[in-house]
Design a protein. Structure first.
Lengths: 114, 110
């Protein structure tokens, strides 16, 4: 069974740039959620995709956007990067309907915005 | 909106028992999760409660009271490796999307 994998693991960008983070979900999972975790904080929900459709969105501006592909992998795109976007971005996969919602997290992508 | 409250930090002695409390306010409650997160690592699932009562799983137990909006995680026979952040998360809505608290940093000392 393949776990959740994210890439890249670390990256540095400058303010105003754009970034794309990638996530491969665990085998058999059709739901992917993205979270932002600042240092010393809990994960903050960005959005969730279920079978290629956005299924819920947290309190993040439109410059945070995403995609889910037919193989259930996913991308998180952030435009016009700001310093406060520096954080660990966690992807989590789960079984959508019929599951308890238990999340299986990847190791995360640590983004630094200078 | 949703609100999750848990203590910021706790310390305990190896071999002891510690209880980490969590209170929540949410609409359309669909269950309460506990996750463990070691420094620099991804959160890992510990427990899920949707009905009132205590669920025991080895050294870890989790309790839920829906009427009080309250949960706790009980860790017995503490080991040094239990030093980590413990995240309480309440799920709501049809999609079971968990909202996480800030996490409780547990420090276990000899």
């Amino acid at each position: 069974e393949t776990g959740v994998t994210q890439s890249p693991t670390h990256l540095i960008k400058t303010r105003g740039q754009q970034v794309t983070l990638r996530c491969s979900s665990q085998s058999g999972h059709n739901t992917v959620s993205w979270y932002q975790q600042a240092l010393g904080q809990g994960p903050q929900f960005i959005f969730q995709y279920y079978r290629e459709e956005e299924n819920g969105r947290g309190n993040f501006p439109p410059r945070f956007s995403g995609l889910q592909f037919p193989n259930y992998s996913s991308e998180l795109n952030v435009n016009a990067l700001e310093l406060d976007d520096s954080a660990l971005y966690l992807c989590a996969s789960s079984l959508g309907q019929g599951g308890t919602g238990e999340l299986f997290f990847g190791e995360g992508s640590r983004l630094t915005v200078l | 909106g949703q609100n999750i409250d848990q203590p910021t930090e706790m310390t305990a002695t190896e071999g002891a028992i510690v209880q980490i409390n969590c209170t929540y306010q949410t609409s359309g409650f669909n269950g309460l999760f506990w996750y463990q997160q070691h420094a620099g690592e991804a959160p890992t699932f510990l427990s899920y409660n949707v009905l009132d009562g205590l669920e025991e799983k080895g050294r870890f137990s989790s309790f839920l009271s829906r009427s009080k909006g309250y949960s706790y995680l009980l860790l017995k026979e503490l080991q040094m490796k239990d030093s980590a952040s413990y995240l309480c998360a309440a799920a709501s809505g049809g999609s079971y999307i968990p909202t996480f608290g800030r996490g409780t940093s547990l420090i276990v000392h000899p």
